[in-house]
Design a protein around this ligand. Structure first.
Ligand SMILES: Cc1ncc(COP(=O)(O)O)c(C=O)c1O
Length: 469
């Protein structure tokens, strides 16, 4: 594509993007397609001869867009809502244009050094001590996998060269509400899924430290080797905070690696009024925070902070002759801190986000999201027949419609019906979880385009659906 042709199409694409962001609120937030619809609208094979760009754009709009669920829609209140903010999108565009690969310092010094700078800015924003160094991965799933690989190397120093064969069984301790990425990491690391001890949570969905101690003592008696304790700072279902200080005490007492999964709630540590909830995370060995969840950075961007990054490097570094450089030992080679050699320039979009909003702007927006969620929770709690199912420390609310005199299975089906009915409108998109075995609706505010009116709309739709059903 010659530069002038690129310029013409790029202007068109940027105009399309600006119109899309301005008008996304008019589209149905949840894709209205059936499985297979999008694929069926596309040819079976790639074209033999190149096609004009206009044709691709037209097919993108006609065949692809109808199958898109709009995560940038103000009515996206499902899972953990996220934002591809303007500065983040522009950073992503520049990063694509450069198409650099920051595998070693030399392969793009600016990418490596900007990653070191922006992860340090983020560390500071979140109030973590300077001992923590950050590295950017694609997702929290990979960040936790790498942290637990370093924990495994601490528990089994011989694992790097000899594997786990013939060694005592290991155990990773996490709340019964820990994200499935922890179980998947343990499976991937060859410890076996049974190696995850799911520790009971209390009535507020926070891990019970005494149960953790009991599990550790009983495992040690049986010759099982503790590998890591994982605390959640914002569980996926309810955004509950495990008691991180108490977990850090246990980790220190038993000499076990302490990893904190703060994928969603981590950015809230930037709020002085929320900082106390994070007390104890500064004593962790590793922490994952996802700017692509609640810090307005387009997917993907997950920071793994490590107190002793050399532990991560010891677990992963392996330099073949063709990757050796003369800067070895003087500069960071990011390939040493995880599995992947290739590395996108993710730091650029995070840099733009941090600079465009500023720390104050980020704090103001996080605060506004928490206020929207709390106001919604108050309305739910104040309405007869409706129940808020969990505390609301941040911007996520779990709730149910529980009319008197119905058996629990009927109430589950009713709530599922209400959620489906609301989602069919296309105005808002809500998701669900299971709490104490019961179907529970979730509303999570995290998109910068979400307004109080949109949350009001969600509440009206919920009440209408409950009345109709
Ligand atoms: C607490 C928690 N940890 C980890 C993850 C996984 O995040 P990712 O999609 O970045 O792997 C999630 C996803 O919602 C989460 O809520």
């Amino acid at each position: 594509m010659p530069p002038e042709e690129f310029r013409r199409h790029a202007h068109h694409v940027v105009d399309w993007m600006a119109d899309y962001l301005a008008g996304v609120r008019e589209l149905p937030v949840l894709a209205r397609t059936e499985p297979g619809d999008v694929a069926a609208a596309l040819p079976d094979r790639a074209p033999e001869k190149g096609e004009p760009f206009e044709a691709m754009m037209a097919d993108f709009v006609d065949s692809v867009l109808p199958g898109v669920t709009h995560w940038n829609h103000p009515g996206f209140l499902a899972y953990f809502a996220i934002t591809g903010s303007g500065p983040g999108i522009l950073g992503e565009m520049l990063s694509s244009a450069l198409n650099l690969n920051a595998m070693v310092w030399r392969s793009s010094p600016a990418a490596t050094e900007l990653e070191e700078v922006v992860t340090d800015w983020t560390r500071e924003l979140l109030g973590l001590p300077p001992a923590f160094a950050g590295v950017i991965n694609d997702t929290a799933s990979h960040s936790s996998l790498y942290a637990l690989a370093a924990a495994r190397a601490q528990a089994y120093p011989e694992v790097r060269d000899q594997g786990l064969f013939g060694l005592p069984r290991g155990r990773v301790y996490a709340s019964e509400h820990a994200h499935s990425s922890i179980d998947k990491s343990v499976m991937t690391l060859g410890l076996g899924r049974d190696a995850v001890a799911h520790i009971r949570a209390d009535a507020e969905f926070r891990m019970v430290p005494d149960d953790l101690v009991d599990a550790l003592e009983s495992d040690l008696e049986r010759g099982i080797r503790p590998v890591a304790i994982v605390g959640a700072a914002g569980t996926t279902s309810t955004s509950s905070m495990d008691p991180l200080g108490a977990l850090a005490d246990v980790a220190e007492r038993f000499g076990v690696w302490f990893h904190v999964d703060a994928a969603y709630a981590g950015p809230a540590a930037a709020l002085p009024e929320a900082r106390n909830l994070f007390e104890g995370w500064e004593r962790a060995e590793s922490i994952v925070v996802n700017p692509h969840k609640w810090m307005f950075t387009p997917v993907d961007c997950s920071i793994l902070f490590c107190r002793r990054p050399e532990r991560l490097r010891d677990a992963f570094s392996l330099t073949p002759a063709y990757l050796e450089t003369s800067e070895q030992g003087q500069a960071t080679n990011l390939m040493d801190y995880g599995l992947a050699l290739g590395r996108r320039f993710r730091a650029l979009k995070l840099w733009f986000v941090l600079r465009y909003f500023g720390s104050e702007g980020i704090r103001d927006r996080l605060r506004a999201h928490c206020e929207l969620a709390r106001a919604f929770a108050e309305r739910v709690a104040a309405t007869p027949g409706w129940t808020v199912s969990a505390p609301v420390p941040f911007s996520t609310v779990c709730f149910r419609f529980e009319p008197a005199g119905r058996d629990p299975d009927t109430v589950d089906a009713l709530n599922r019906g209400i959620m489906d009915e609301v989602n069919r409108t296309g105005d808002v998109f809500l998701s669900h979880t299971e709490l104490d075995g019961r179907f529970t609706i979730r509303l999570s505010v995290g998109n910068l385009r979400t307004t109080p009116e949109r949350v009001d709309r969600a509440w009206t739709l919920l009440q209408d659906a409950a009345a109709a059903l």
